[in-house]
Design a protein around this ligand. Structure first.
Ligand code: C2E
Ligand code: MG
Ligand code: MG
Length: 648
């Protein structure tokens, strides 16, 4: 008797330890992990009932012994089926095609029915009145069912060998070999009850080798990491399921890291994650240091996500009240809808990137991004996609705004301005798409497009004959960091047989100040070749005046914000007057942008420190054809015998 129970005692101890380990360290919200847990529990039940049926005869009533034996056969029979399901889950983290597997569950159903009948009839086992166990007449059935399950496992392993990692294949094969050997040994030597023990040993090897929750869980917080979250979301996303994803971005992560130190901050996040895991009933993930996402269990409808956000807000405020303001975590949060907002995991993550850039409230612990903000994010994302292919799609075109020369009292040049008309969103203003293109690098292709369009326009339209002196092209900061930018501009000018002075480039004041000194050389080279360099939007950035003056800038374009309140506001007059006077003393020519009214014009025209004017007063940006017509008319008038006309 002592020898018989020895293996079962070890099996129960071992599997109990594995269960503790599982709950402490090896759990994850995926079927692969749940099925492994099922295997552990089945092994524990099998071990305990086996032990009990050896120990209890003579001490417990017969019906208890019948029940325990039936339970033993049930857990024993269910183990190969659970192992089969576990193998299936290795091919697909969540068994989305569960219904297709129902046929394979037939053995377990038959076994369960026979187990229930065994409580009343001598089917799997017979018990003497003193409780002594004997094999029943139908015991062979359980072996046949087990064989069937083992066959199903081997078949699934072979069929999906390319999908299942090698180590996992190896561990399952070993599992099978050991289990089959154990069954044979126990059949031949009924006193060597080793099945449970061998099964527990195989489970231990599997737990320590192929159950790798650290690949899908965030170590410190024990919630899913980005990989784990992607495993969770990819199936519902690819099935087009409708669900909501809540997100929370810890806005001041890096500031807190400085204030609290990395360790304390991570501890705080860990406590917070514990709260999330235990109090919300949602599945949380830490997809990046400072970004958390969550979905309701089973992707149930979204009201839940909304309610969780409210709950988190309350918790965030009350639980952090004890800390001084600079040591409080500040979250920005919102809800994204799938598939409307994002139909793939990558899209979802890129929306989070954008949400991270959305302004949060500096003093609030919890800033909720509303539907409006999310709509803006969505539009941003759409535009981001559009700009990538805008040049190839033909959705870009160039318009020209004429520039008026106060000396000759006629239009003398124009600024080329980019426009985008996309199929999906219609006209998009440059104020919206240029910053996005600057961020994702598409601006480089766009600048090249403007350059080529302008050069070809100047060559083919005949506008040079009507006296145009220059067309200005806007350059972005990124353009200027390209070492070959001046060669590219000069190449395009030469290819179109244009004098270099006909094309000029504008660089904003902010871009100019933020660029490294080395760029001066590139721009100086351009200027020496005859391509003028203009500084745009002067008055909106922080100018490095010494840098501005040391550089051969031809024209300074005063931003429209400096003319907006002219002539009404005395302060605006002082600022504008001083700026114009300073530029005159520095020997710079000045263009004032954004002139819209007669009063503004009357204020500027009599002065001799404003050389050029650009604004809606004269004309809005127009097509190339309209610009040609404007210059042609002006040319015709100036050459006509009319005494009022300006001379040629
Ligand atoms: P910007 O270079 O300062 O261009 C002048 C902007 O002011 C243009 O806006 C023009 O339409 C607008 N404007 C002109 N006169 C008036 C006026 O009297 N009142 C008002 N309120 N506005 C006036 P737009 O075309 O929307 O362009 C906005 C900005 O987008 C440009 O400012 C420039 O920074 C950028 N941008 C436009 N095209 C390009 C381009 O090809 N490349 C680059 N890098 N940036 C461009
Ligand atoms: Mg400009
Ligand atoms: Mg400007």
């Amino acid at each position: 008797m002592e020898n018989i129970i020895w293996f079962d005692v070890c099996a129960v101890i071992l599997v109990a330890l594995l269960l503790v380990l599982y709950y402490k360290k090896f759990s994850a919200p995926f079927q692969k992990y749940s099925l492994f847990l099922l295997l552990l529990w089945l092994n524990l039940i099998s071990g305990i009932t086996s032990l009990a049926s050896f120990v209890l005869p003579g001490h417990a009533p017969l019906w208890v012994l019948r029940l325990l034996n039936a339970l033993y056969f049930f857990s024993h029979g269910a183990t190969p089926t659970a192992l089969f399901l576990y193998v299936c889950s290795l091919t697909d983290y969540n068994l989305t095609h569960f219904h297709q597997l129902s046929a394979w569950l037939v053995p377990t159903i038959i076994n369960s029915a026979l187990c229930v009948l065994s409580i009343f009839f001598d089917i799997y086992f017979q018990l003497d009145p003193d409780g002594t166990y004997h094999r029943g007449p139908l015991i062979t059935i359980i072996y046949i069912l087990t064989c069937f399950n083992f066959f199903a496992i081997v078949y699934t392993l072979i069929r999906n060998r390319s999908l299942i990692p090698r180590l996992e294949q190896l561990s399952i094969h070993l599992f099978l070999v050991f289990m089959v050997s154990a069954i044979f040994i126990q059949l031949l030597f009924p006193n060597l009850v080793i099945e449970n023990f061998i099964c527990a040993c195989c489970l231990m090897v599997s737990q320590l080798t192929v159950q790798n929750p650290e690949q899908i869980m965030d170590g410190p917080t024990r919630i899913l990491n980005k990989t784990g979250f992607s495993y969770l979301l990819v199936p519902p996303l690819s099935n087009g399921k409708d669900f909501q994803v809540g997100f929370m971005i810890l806005d001041n992560y890096y500031a807190l890291e400085k204030v609290l130190g990395f360790d304390i901050l991570e501890q705080r996040i860990q406590t917070f994650a514990d709260y999330l895991r235990t109090n919300t009933g949602c599945l949380f993930a830490r997809v990046e240091n400072r970004r958390f996402c969550f979905v309701s269990q089973g992707f149930r409808d979204g009201g839940n996500v909304e309610a969780v956000l409210d709950k988190l807000k309350e918790a965030c405020i009350t639980r952090q009240a004890k800390y001084p303001a600079p040591a409080r975590m500040q979250f920005k949060c919102g809800i994204l809808r799938c598939p409307q907002d994002a139909s793939s995991f990558t899209e979802l993550m890129s929306l989070l990137d954008i949400a991270a850039q959305a302004p949060g409230s500096e003093d609030a612990c919890f800033t909720r991004l509303g539907d409006g903000d999310i709509a803006k994010l969505r539009r941003y994302k759409q535009i981001e996609q559009i700009v990538q292919t805008a040049v190839e799609d033909g959705s870009l075109y160039v318009v020209y705004q004429p520039i008026y020369c106060t000396g000759s009292r006629r239009f003398c040049s124009a600024e080329a301005l980019l426009r985008m008309n996309s199929k999906a969103l219609g006209e998009i203003s440059p104020g919206e798409f240029i910053p996005i293109a600057e961020q994702n690098g598409a601006i480089l292709k766009m600048t090249q497009f403007v350059l080529e369009t302008v050069c070809s326009f100047l060559r083919t339209s005949g506008i040079q004959e009507y006296g145009i002196r220059r067309v200005d092209i806007n350059l972005s900061t990124m353009d200027c960091t390209q070492t070959d930018i001046s060669q590219r501009i000069l190449k395009c000018i030469r290819e179109n047989d244009l004098p270099p002075s006909l094309v000029s480039v504008e660089l904003t004041e902010t871009a100019f100040s933020s660029l490294p000194e080395s760029i001066n050389r590139t721009l100086t080279a351009l200027s020496q070749e005859g391509v003028r360099v203009l500084i745009d939007d002067y008055g909106t950035g922080y100018s490095n005046l010494s840098r501005l003056t040391s550089f051969p800038l031809d024209i300074v374009k005063i931003d429209k914000s400096l003319i907006k309140d002219i002539p009404g506001s005395p302060t605006a007059r002082i600022v504008l007057n001083h700026t114009l006077e300073m530029m005159e003393r520095l020997n710079k020519r000045v263009l004032v942008e954004g002139v819209e009214t007669q009063e503004q014009l009357d204020y500027l025209l009599p002065r001799n420190d404003c050389n050029y004017i650009q604004g809606y007063y004269f004309a809005k940006p127009m097509s190339g054809d309209d610009l040609v017509a404007l210059f042609r008319d002006q040319h015709a008038r100036s050459c006509s015998p009319n005494p009022d006309a300006v001379s040629c």
